[in-house]
Design a protein around this ligand. Structure first.
Ligand SMILES: Cc1ncc(COP(=O)(O)O)c(C=O)c1O
Length: 381
C-alpha cells in the first residue's frame, strides 16, 4: 500500500462540470472578475458567516491586501513565529515591521501571554494563524487583548476552511481573514485565495487594492497602490466545485483523524496526538502528533523508503524568527515555537484516504519506531 502525504481530489463529475463551465467562459470571453468569481464570493462569505468575501489570486495576496487596507506602513504587526513564510512576508510587502510572538503547545497558535508582552504603542495589528485548521480555544482572550489595545485582529485562515469553534466559523473572529486555495489546502482553486470580512470599509478597500488600486472596475483612476491580485474565472470555477465538496471532504478527514485518535495512543508513548477540545470542529488540514524523543528526519525517511508512506509537511519545520530572511540583528528566543517545530510530525490526511490507509500508517509507524530503536544508525544513513 502506498499512502501519499496529501492528495488533490476532483471527482469525475466535478471535472466534467468544471470543463463545461470553463467552456462557457471561453465562448463568452468572460475570463476574469465575472459571474463565477461572484458566486464563489457569495458562497464563501456564507460559509464564514460574514457579509463579504473578495476572491483573489492567492492567500498571500489576501493577507497583503488586508494589511494594506488596515494601513501598517512603518508600524509593527504581531505575527506568531510558528507560521508559514507568507504571513510574515505579507507584513513586509505591505510596508510594516514584524514583531514575532511565541506560540502555545496546546493549539500551535499565538500565545495570549506572549502577545501581551510584545504589544506596544508601535503595534498596529495582530495576526492569528489557525495552524493545521485548529482555532485556538483561547481566541476570546486574544480578541479581548486586541480590543483593549485598540488594534485589529486579522485571521490567517489559510488552513481553516470549514473549521468552527463553538459553532463559529474560522474567518468570523477578527476584522478580516485571509484564506488560501493552494493545491495542498482542504479545498483548492489551483492558485487562489479569499479575504472575508464583515467590515464595509475593508470590503471596499480590498476591491480597490485587488484591481490595480482603481477606484472602480471601469475607472482608470488609481487611488491606492494596488496590484493585479485578481482571480480568473477558470480558477473561480475550480474553487466553486471544491467548495461544494467542502463538508464531504472535511467529514472524510475527520473519519481518518478518528482512526488515528483511536490507534495512536495504543501504539507507543513516543508519539502522542495533539489533543483537540470538543468545542472545536477541526477540518484536519493537518493531523499533528508530538514526537517524544524520536528524531523526525530518520522517521520520515524510514516511513517513505521502507513503507511508502509520506508524512506530510510540518507546521512548521522552522519557526519564522529563525528563518534567515526574517532574522534581525538581535537574536530572538521563542522557546515554545522552537520546541513544537522541532518535535512534531503530520500524518498523511486527505479526502481520498480510506480508514484502511490510516490503520496502515499507524502500523507502519509502530514498525518504523521499532526499527529505529534496533538500527538507529543504519536508518539514519
Ligand atoms: C499559514 C499560511 N498563510 C498564508 C499562506 C499563503 O497562501 P498561498 O500559498 O495561497 O499564497 C499559506 C500557504 O501555504 C499558509 O500556509
Amino acid at each position: 500500500m502506498k499512502v501519499p502525504p496529501a492528495a488533490v481530489y476532483f471527482p469525475d463529475e466535478d471535472r466534467q462540470w468544471i470543463l463545461s463551465r470553463i467552456d462557457d467562459c471561453l465562448s463568452s470571453g468572460a475570463l476574469t472578475l465575472g459571474a463565477n468569481g461572484k458566486e464563489l464570493e457569495r458562497s464563501f462569505a456564507s460559509l464564514c458567516g460574514v457579509r463579504h468575501a473578495i476572491a483573489v489570486n492567492s492567500g498571500t495576496s489576501a493577507l497583503e491586501i488586508i494589511l494594506r487596507a488596515v494601513g501598517v506602513e512603518g508600524r509593527e504587526v504581531v505575527v506568531p513565529s510558528n507560521t508559514f513564510f507568507a504571513t510574515g512576508a505579507a507584513v513586509i510587502h505591505a510596508g510594516g515591521r514584524i514583531r514575532f510572538a511565541d506560540c502555545e503547545r496546546e493549539s500551535f497558535a499565538l500565545h495570549p501571554e506572549s502577545l501581551r508582552s510584545v504589544l506596544s504603542p508601535r503595534t498596529v495589528a495582530v495576526i492569528l494563524v489557525h495552524v493545521g485548521g485548529v482555532i485556538t480555544p483561547r481566541i476570546a482572550e486574544i480578541q479581548a487583548i486586541c480590543a483593549h489595545a485598540g488594534v485589529p485582529l486579522i485571521e490567517d485562515a489559510a488552513h481553516a476552511h470549514g473549521s468552527t469553534l463553538d459553532g463559529k466559523p474560522a474567518g468570523s473572529f477578527g476584522l478580516a481573514a485571509a484564506f488560501s486555495f493552494y493545491p495542498t489546502k482542504v479545498i483548492t482553486s489551483g492558485e487562489g485565495g479569499a479575504i472575508v470580512t464583515d467590515d464595509e470599509r475593508l470590503n471596499q478597500e480590498a476591491l480597490i487594492y485587488r484591481d490595480q488600486g482603481k477606484e472602480g472596475f471601469t475607472s482608470n483612476y488609481h487611488v491606492r497602490m494596488g496590484y493585479n491580485w485578481r482571480m480568473s474565472e477558470p480558477h473561480a470555477i475550480m474553487g466553486l466545485a471544491q467548495l461544494r465538496r467542502l463538508n464531504e471532504f472535511v467529514e472524510r478527514r475527520r473519519e481518518i483523524a478518528a482512526v488515528y485518535d483511536d490507534l495512536l495512543p495504543r501504539l507507543d508513548p513516543d508519539i502522542t496526538p495533539l489533543a483537540l477540545p470538543e468545542r472545536l470542529y477541526c477540518n484536519y488540514y493537518k493531523y499533528i502528533a508530538f514526537l517524544n524523543g524520536v528524531n523526525r528526519a530518520p522517521l520520515k525517511k524510514v516511513m517513505r523508503e521502507r513503507f511508502d508512506v509520506g508524512l506530510s509537511g510540518e507546521v512548521y519545520e522552522t519557526p519564522c524568527h529563525l528563518q534567515p530572511v526574517f532574522a534581525g540583528d538581535e537574536p530572538v528566543k521563542l522557546s515554545v515555537a522552537e520546541d513544537i517545530c522541532a518535535n512534531h510530525i503530520c500524518l498523511p490526511i486527505s479526502a481520498r484516504m480510506t480508514k484502511d490507509n490510516a490503520a496502515y500508517v499507524v502500523q507502519c509507524l509502530a514498525e518504523a519506531l521499532q526499527l529505529l530503536k534496533r538500527e538507529p544508525i543504519e536508518a539514519r544513513g
